[in-house]
Design a protein around this ligand. Structure first.
Ligand SMILES: C[S@@+](CC[C@H](N)C(=O)[O-])C[C@H]1O[C@@H](n2cnc3c(N)ncnc32)[C@H](O)[C@@H]1O
Length: 226
């Protein structure tokens, strides 16, 4: 990103309240708490309907924050959830917030190591996070490699990138997350989050997508085209 310095410190938080405020910023028509209450059950239902986890499943919650969706998925489906978050504060708070022995949480570096060592998950979610990561291509590649052959990834994301930088709170770097996802994974469903639950502003600026891994031969063909 030209002349902008990535600043993941915006995700340093002191307590649950400040964590919620950075996860779901206040909108003109709804407070953080209203968005949290309205959106969480809707998104959890969307994730559960598309990933269909059961008590034997391991689901990845990438960029889990406080783990609101990990908690909801554990309650709905009885699955195990592995959270990943760049913020040590979020990881510490998430353990208490989720409060379940079915939940564990690690850093992106630890996750990368686990995937390189063979970790595969039955399903993955990445909600409001790929828009914020420094390197979305690398992030999507790790997510893709973490999926089992039958695993699916459900993403909810803004169309525009929204990168935390030192120079200004949220910058754009020109990457289109939906295009990057479809280049590395096979898009099998796409939609707009329901404005009733996520609010008009979020619905206008975001999409959700369901993805499956591409076969090795498909990836080879894509590389040859490149
Ligand atoms: C807007 S919050 C969304 C949290 C959660 N997915 C939810 O919907 O409640 C974005 C989260 O992504 C995390 N994050 C940002 N960059 C990340 C990265 N490169 N890898 C993992 N987590 C990251 C932040 O620390 C923050 O907790």
């Amino acid at each position: 990103m030209a002349k902008l310095t990535y600043n993941p410190r915006v995700f340093d938080v002191s307590d649950v309240e400040s964590a919620k405020q950075i996860i779901l910023t206040r909108e003109p028509d709804a407070s953080t708490e209203e968005r949290w209450e309205r959106e969480t059950p809707y998104l959890a239902g969307l994730l559960a309907a598309h990933l269909t986890p059961n008590s034997g499943s391991l689901i990845l919650d990438y960029g889990c924050g406080l783990g609101r969706l990990s908690k909801a998925l554990i309650e709905l489906c009885g699955c195990k959830v592995l959270g990943v978050d760049i913020s040590a504060d979020m990881r510490r708070l998430a353990l208490d917030f989720v409060g379940s022995d079915k939940f564990s949480v690690i850093s992106p570096e630890q996750f990368e190591e686990e995937v390189n060592s063979g970790l595969r998950v039955d399903g993955a979610v990445a909600v409001w996070v790929i828009q914020h990561v420094l390197d979305p291509v690398a992030c999507i590649d790790t997510l893709a490699r973490s999926l089992s052959s039958t695993g699916r990834l459900l993403v909810a994301n803004t169309h525009q990138r929204c990168v935390p930088t030192v120079e200004k709170p949220w910058g754009k770097d020109g990457h289109e997350v939906r295009k990057l996802l479809a280049a590395r994974l096979r898009e099998i469903a796409i939609g707009v989050p329901d404005p009733i639950w996520v609010g008009e502003n979020t619905a206008k600026s975001a999409f959700w997508g369901l993805y499956r891994p591409r076969a090795t031969s498909e990836l080879k063909d894509l590389n040859e085209v490149d």
